[in-house]
Design a protein around this ligand. Structure first.
Ligand code: ZN
Length: 273
């Protein structure tokens, strides 16, 4: 068996490929990171090499010390990962206090993890604490309908959550916590990483105005499904707006009824008329 055949690497490749097929990853847009489980590490360890230098993460994520992450390489196209995983993705190990990383596998032709690695690490860190270590996947995509929607709806968590929930009945079930929205910020830096991780304390979905979407989840399928659901709801919202706007839609009581049926707790702030 070689590295690319390991189940978690296959899961990563399938998700990146599916995202590319959706049209969410033009050029080198978007990135995906996965925190390895102890079982993954056991399987992957024979392939690791420890000859690369330690590099500053620019953020300190103490609770992720010594963890391993499978990550997209910076400048790499997600559509190419399936043809050449070794050249386009890498596994990075964090040091003891989560302030540095080193590449232990992959990016055989050189390179570094995605420029959004600080955002990913901070999101992993927040979600690690918030979910007791259940969340393993952070995914960023350039989702066209969500981006279009940031052109017409102000960055307000309540307005966005209600707009998305109202567009498709499935939404409050798939993201009962709602979504957080950031105004435009410079991407790739520490500031947007901090702002996104603040949203991730409360939500599994963070939207970057005029840019795209970040989601967090337990595994590849659930995280991809969350991204897909948010993007589809945004698409329905935009189609409805293009068709002359909402003439009828779901009401607060409908959400309360869904929550009762599925045993969900929907935050009060999203249930005001
Ligand atoms: Zn991006």
């Amino acid at each position: 068996m070689i590295m690319r055949d390991l189940p978690f690497v296959q899961g990563y490749i399938h998700m990146a490929t599916d995202g590319a097929h959706q049209g969410w990853h033009e050029r080198n847009g978007g990135n995906l990171t996965y925190r390895l489980t102890p079982e993954d590490i056991k399987l992957a360890k024979p392939f690791f090499k420890y000859d690369k230098p330690w590099v500053d993460t620019t953020v300190v994520v103490k609770n992720l010390g010594n963890e391993f992450f499978l990550a997209t390489g910076t400048g790499k196209f997600l559509k190419n990962i399936k043809y050449d995983p070794e050249g386009n993705i890498c596994i990075a190990q964090l040091n003891e206090d989560g302030s540095k990383y080193r590449i232990v596998w992959g990016l055989v032709n050189g390179g570094a993890p995605t420029s959004e690695f600080p955002s990913h690490l901070m999101n992993h860190s927040v979600k690690f604490d918030a979910t007791g270590g259940k969340h393993h996947v952070i995914y960023h995509a350039h989702t066209p309908a969500v981006i279009a929607m940031t052109n017409v709806l102000e960055p307000d968590d309540v307005k966005w959550t209600r707009a998305l929930w109202s567009s498709m009945t499935e939404c409050p079930v798939v993201f009962p916590g709602g979504v957080g929205v950031l105004p435009w910020m410079v991407c790739g830096g520490r500031e947007i990483a901090i702002a996104t991780s603040e949203l991730m304390k409360e939500y599994d979905v963070a939207i970057w105005s005029f840019h795209g979407t970040f989601v967090s989840g337990e595994n590849f399928d659930l995280t991809y499904g969350l991204m897909h659901c948010v993007e589809k709801a945004a698409d329905i919202y935009m189609r409805t707006m293009a068709a002359g706007g909402f003439k009828q839609t779901m009401q607060t009581q409908n959400f309360i009824d869904i929550a009762a049926l599925f045993g969900l707790t929907l935050p009060e702030k999203f249930l005001k008329d």
